[in-house]
Write a protein that binds this ligand. Structure first.
Ligand code: SF4
Ligand code: SF4
Length: 391
C-alpha cells in the first residue's frame, strides 16, 4: 500500500494573508496545485456549507480558507464553481442556497476573477456498480459537470458519525431532501460510513483541504462550540486527511466509522502507518481535551474491550443512544425537524415539536437542522449505565 501524504501547516487566525500562505504551503507539501488540476479545467469547489451560518460559529468551512483555495485554482487557470447542497432538512432551492452563501460569508468570493457561486439545483442519478453498499447515487449536476472536484472541509464533531471531515463532506453532493433517505436506509453509523465511502468512490475529489484553524467540539456539526486548533491540512486521500485531523482533535481515528470502514476495505492500514504527515509539527497544535458529542460516538483512545463495546453500540445501540427531545420553551414550531426526520418520528402538536421515542432511529438530523438550538439530547437509564462503565 502506498504512503498517503498529508500536508500540515500551522495557522492560528483567519487573517487573509496568513490563511493564503498556509493553504498554498499545505498544498505545496503534497505536490502543489498542478499535481491535482490542469489549466482550463472546470473545478467544483465543494465547501462544508451545511445550511449556512456565520463564520464565527465554526459550522461551515471559513470563507478565508475557501477563498484561498479558490484563488489558487483561478491563478492556475481553472474555472472555479463553488457549489453544495444544504443539509438534510433544507429544500435545495436557489433562494436557500443564496441565503446560505450570504450567511456564511461566501458571497464575497464571487469578486475573485474566474470564481462563481452556483445556484443551479439540478441533479441526476448515476450508476456506481463498484459500490459495496450503494450502486446508484443521486448527485448534484455541478459535481457531475466538473472536470475535477476539490473539497474544502471543516474539522467538527458529529452527533451521529462522531466526527465530520473530508469523507463526510462529500455527502453535500447528494441533493438536499434526498439525504434523509440515506439516514433511513443506513441506520447505524457503521453502515452509513460504508455508504459515504462508496460516494467518495463514485465522485472522488482530487484534493481535500481541511479547515482546522478553528474546529467544532461538543454537539456538532451544527450546535457544538468553536474550538481553536490552528492548522490547515491538505491531501489527496480523504481518509488520511481525516486520520491526521482526528488526531489533532485528541480522538482515536479507529473509533470513527468512516476510518474503520476504510481500514476494513483495505483503503488504509489498520494501524494508519501509511499516513505520513509532512510540514509543521502536529503535536504543537493537537488539542488533548477536545469535547466529544453527547452521544459518545467519537471515541477516546480506548482499550480493546471498550472498543468492542463501542462497535456493538454503533451497530445495535439505538436504545442506549440519547433521545432528541425538543424544549417547548425554545421551540418555535417551525417544522424543519419534521421535514428532516427520515423516520417520521417528529411531529408538531399545539405549535411545538414532539418526538416519538419508539420511532426515532437516533440519526440526529433534527438536532443538526434546528437553527433555534431547541433540541436537547437526553439519555435513558441503559445509556447512562453504559456510559458509566465504558467512557
Ligand atoms: S425543534 Fe427546532 S426545528 Fe423543530 S419545530 Fe422546534 S424550532 Fe423548529
Ligand atoms: S427524531 Fe430521531 S429519527 Fe427523527 S431526525 Fe431526530 S434523531 Fe433522527
Amino acid at each position: 500500500m502506498t504512503e498517503k501524504q498529508v500536508g500540515l501547516v500551522h495557522c492560528r487566525r483567519y487573517d487573509a494573508d496568513e490563511v493564503d500562505a498556509a493553504v498554498e504551503r499545505a498544498i505545496e507539501l503534497v505536490g502543489g496545485i498542478g499535481a491535482f488540476v490542469r489549466p482550463g479545467q472546470r473545478v467544483l469547489l465543494k465547501p462544508n456549507l451545511l445550511m449556512g451560518a456565520e463564520p464565527a460559529k465554526a459550522v461551515t468551512a471559513h470563507p478565508a480558507v475557501l477563498g484561498a483555495v479558490a484563488r489558487l485554482l483561478a491563478a492556475h487557470g481553472c474555472t472555479v464553481v463553488i457549489a453544495d447542497s444544504p443539509g438534510a432538512g433544507t429544500r435545495y432551492t436557489e433562494k436557500n442556497l443564496r441565503r446560505a452563501y450570504d450567511t456564511s460569508g461566501f458571497s464575497a468570493l464571487e469578486e475573485i476573477p474566474g470564481v462563481s457561486l452556483s445556484t443551479d439545483t439540478a441533479s441526476r442519478a448515476v450508476s456506481y456498480p463498484q459500490g459495496r453498499v450503494m450502486k446508484r447515487f443521486s448527485i448534484i449536476e455541478e459535481a457531475l459537470a466538473a472536470d475535477a472536484v476539490v473539497s474544502v472541509c471543516k474539522a467538527k464533531t458529529h452527533l451521529f458519525t462522531g466526527y465530520t471531515g473530508a469523507v463526510k463532506n462529500l455527502f453535500g453532493i447528494v441533493p438536499g431532501l434526498e439525504k434523509p433517505v440515506f439516514h433511513a436506509r443506513f441506520r447505524n453509523p457503521a453502515d452509513f460510513a460504508g455508504m459515504l465511502l462508496d460516494l467518495n468512490g463514485c465522485v472522488p475529489p482530487v484534493l481535500h483541504v481541511m479547515d482546522a484553524v478553528v474546529g467544532m467540539e461538543g454537539d456538532g456539526p451544527m450546535s457544538g462550540d468553536p474550538r481553536p486548533i490552528g492548522a490547515i491540512l491538505a491531501g489527496a486521500d480523504p481518509t488520511a486527511v481525516d486520520v491526521a485531523t482526528i488526531r489533532l482533535m485528541g480522538m482515536d481515528p479507529g473509533s470513527i466509522g468512516t476510518v474503520a470502514a476504510a481500514a476494513a476495505r483495505g483503503l488504509i492500514r489498520p494501524d494508519f502507518s501509511d499516513v505520513r504527515v509532512v510540514g509543521d509539527d502536529p503535536a504543537a497544535v493537537a488539542v488533548r481535551d477536545f469535547r466529544r458529542p453527547a452521544t459518545g460516538q467519537a471515541g477516546m483512545n480506548v482499550s480493546w474491550l471498550n472498543r468492542l463495546v463501542l462497535r456493538f453500540l454503533q451497530r445495535r445501540g439505538t436504545d442506549v443512544r440519547p433521545l432528541p427531545v425538543p424544549d417547548p420553551a425554545r421551540c418555535t414550531g417551525c417544522g424543519r425537524c419534521v421535514l428532516t426526520c427520515p423516520a417520521a418520528a417528529m411531529r408538531i402538536e399545539e405549535g411545538k415539536a414532539r418526538v416519538d421515542p419508539g420511532a426515532c432511529i437516533r440519526c440526529y438530523c433534527c438536532h443538526e437542522m434546528c437553527t433555534f438550538g431547541a433540541i436537547d439530547l437526553k439519555q435513558g437509564a441503559a445509556g447512562r449505565l453504559f456510559s458509566a462503565f465504558f467512557r
